[in-house]
Design a protein around this ligand. Sequence first.
Ligand code: NAP
Length: 338
Amino acid sequence: MTTPATALEVRLASRPDGLPTLDNFEIAEAPVPTPAPGQVLVRNLIMSVDPYMRGRMRDAKSYVPPFQVGQPLDGGAVGEVVSSTVDSLRPGDVVLHFLGWREYAVVDAATVTKVDPDAAPLGAYLGTLGMPGMTAYAGLTAAAGLREGDVVFVSGAAGAVGSVAGQLAQLLGASRVIGSAGSAEKVRHLVDDLGFDAAFNYKDAPVGEQLAAAAPDGIDVYFDNVGGEHLEAAIDSMNPHGRIAACGMISGYNDPAGAYRPGNLMKIVGWRLRIQGFLVRDHDDLRPEFERRVGGWLREGKLRHEETIVDGIRSAPTAFLDLFTGGNTGKMLVRISS
Ligand code: NAP
């Protein structure tokens, strides 16, 4: 395939106020850059859209810098090297890198990771074997300190992180795993396909009532992807010395000021609960054991990689917006090229 002179990229057109819309994005043609010494040119095949990108659309200090208006967005992607200035990477190599949201990217060779396209579907390197899978593993092991026999509740359970967290909790010895998700089909999928012991649709009735019914003896670990009413319900259902892995709070991302605040925090004292916030990037030390254990379970068929793929870079903004209305089951991905 000849490299074109120009290619498409997705830029931030304006900062959203509340729920983002397609108007906040611009799809533009840009010259395909030439790699300088130490760099490679990559043709992107598949890219990730993630909830944390909503925070980067805000001009606020955070643990990742904000996207800039008029500039392309970035994020996880897998692509094929088309030209290289370094000996360690050759045209045809498939690499994981951080310049998604564009058809072609010039990337510093030192920042890419070579992946084996025959060992797993490309999307798995952005999902179960990638950042979301690692988030699930670090959250359960390091943040929650999961123990054999724990009753575990996972919110956002049909999503990228949640679907891995629920399956890993089972593999790591939980006695009962309960999930919540936003549709009847997702609830069915959790129980029938992913082996959750119980699941409920959080839109059907108050989360607290449904969780209490699914976990009559209480929960020991809560893996929180949602925050708000889910967090309040989990605290109410916690057994003494329960642990919460605070992974994300998507229910408040589009209106942090108006987000639902749990009213029962005093229970943390009496029940001696632990709420541990964590960021996956602080847990690189776990990567070797994650790759060995989670990679092994995936190869053995004990763990399923779940993904929803939409086609074409022009669909990337819609795919991102769909994260906030539950349009994905498993990892949300955009196929840019094949
Ligand atoms: P995801 O779960 O694949 O996608 C987002 C899902 O959230 C949607 O499919 C939707 O599913 C659900 N959702 C959207 N709005 C909601 C609301 N108001 N209430 C309840 N559920 C809602 O996304 P992900 O990449 O796996 O991320 C999950 C969480 O982990 C996010 O909070 C994210 O920010 C966080 N995260 C944290 C780290 C870290 O290092 N701490 C790393 C990665 C991700 P339903 O159909 O079920 O509503």
